[in-house]
Design a protein around this ligand. Structure first.
Ligand SMILES: Nc1ncnc2c1ncn2[C@@H]1O[C@H](COP(=O)(O)OP(=O)(O)OP(=O)(O)O)[C@@H](O)[C@H]1O
Ligand SMILES: [Mg+2]
Length: 307
């Protein structure tokens, strides 16, 4: 159950979704009313920490709707002095990071796709390597979740065109399952980039998943995705284009903000997390889109300087 709330800094609920409304109807228009007396202080501190931070701040709070170790995981961020909260009621005892849950869905979907493909083609051995490497990726994601530290990114020097080849294997399985045509063009690079391969794959998958979702409304043989790897002055650009509906300016302005989604089942975390990962690589992220024509989302990873 997902609760969405927009709050004033003092906790007054300015806006909410249907699930939030249930809380407001029961406990009144203040976020602080949702908590028993002994944990109101904690909720207040949480609102303060959101206002002080530029990041998404997560906290597991025990509200009055549940008891016994069951709480609501809130992910909040502030913008222009207003607090935006997304809460997920959870039975988990740990501070579960919604971001990681989201990220585990990508390798899981890839594994599912490859298992289905191997059933279709009766050729398990062909896909075994990718399936195992995706399982490894889930392990390392879980590891980084358990360590709860983003500082554990494992940078390694890699030729970006090599990185592209392993991405194409992933993208093409997704495209095959969804009956979308894929073309690609990967430029050779003399220079290498520093990358946490697992994280960069995650970024590419998030972008690809969006492109595939954008093509949902189109007929078979009209859905195209293009992957391009190109050399620029300062680094290597990875770009994914689709010929979907594109985005209106009002959507383009909000794209990449945590929790911004136009999809019924979207969480709006995919691109915000991707931007963060690219920033951690000292790279840049770029979105261009034309209504009725499609969207290109790309990111640039800087070359490693040899000096
Ligand atoms: N290729 C695209 N074509 C059209 N719209 C897009 C595209 N990529 C992203 N968007 C828009 O940007 C929004 C945010 O994307 P994002 O990946 O962050 O979240 P999401 O896809 O909605 O949810 P999820 O967290 O499951 O990824 C989408 O809801 C969609 O409106
Ligand atoms: Mg997405």
């Amino acid at each position: 159950m997902e609760i969405r709330l927009t709050l004033a800094p003092n906790g007054t609920v300015l806006d909410c979704n249907k699930n939030g409304k249930i809380l407001v109807d029961r406990f009144g228009r203040s976020f602080l009313n949702f908590f028993p007396d002994e944990s109101v202080g904690e909720a207040e501190d949480y609102l303060k920490s959101i206002l002080d931070s530029e990041e998404v701040v997560a906290a597991l709070l025990h509200d009055r709707t549940r008891d016994n170790g069951v709480g609501t995981l809130y992910n909040g961020f502030s913008k222009n002095g207003t607090i935006f909260l997304a809460g997920f009621q959870t039975t988990l005892l740990t501070h579960l990071a919604a971001e990681f849950v989201h990220e585990l869905r990508n390798p899981l979907a890839v594994i599912k796709g490859f298992v289905q493909l191997s059933a279709l083609t009766q050729d398990f051995y062909k896909y075994q390597g990718t399936i195992l490497s995706e399982i490894d990726r889930m392990h390392s994601l879980l590891d980084s979740f358990l360590k709860l530290s983003k500082k554990n990114i494992m940078m390694q020097k890699i030729p970006p065109d090599k990185l592209c080849s392993s991405m194409i294997a992933l993208i093409s399985s997704e495209c095959t399952m969804r009956k979308v045509d894929l073309d690609y063009d990967v430029a050779f690079s003399e220079n290498a980039c520093n990358a946490d391969i697992s994280m960069i794959k995650q970024v590419v998958l998030n972008i690809t998943r969006n492109a595939l979702e954008a093509l949902d409304g189109k007929g078979e043989h009209e859905r195209h995705i293009f992957f391009r790897g190109s050399v620029e002055d300062k680094g290597y650009r990875f770009a994914i284009s689709d010929n979907g509906p594109g985005m209106e300016t009002c959507i383009l302005k909000k794209i990449g903000q945590p929790f911004f989604t136009t999809k019924e089942n979207g969480t709006g975390i995919g691109l915000s997390l991707s931007k963060k990962i690219v920033a951690e690589h000292h790279g840049s992220f770029c979105v261009s889109s034309a209504v009725g024509r499609g969207t290109t989302i790309s990111f640039l990873l800087p070359f490693v300087s040899d000096s």
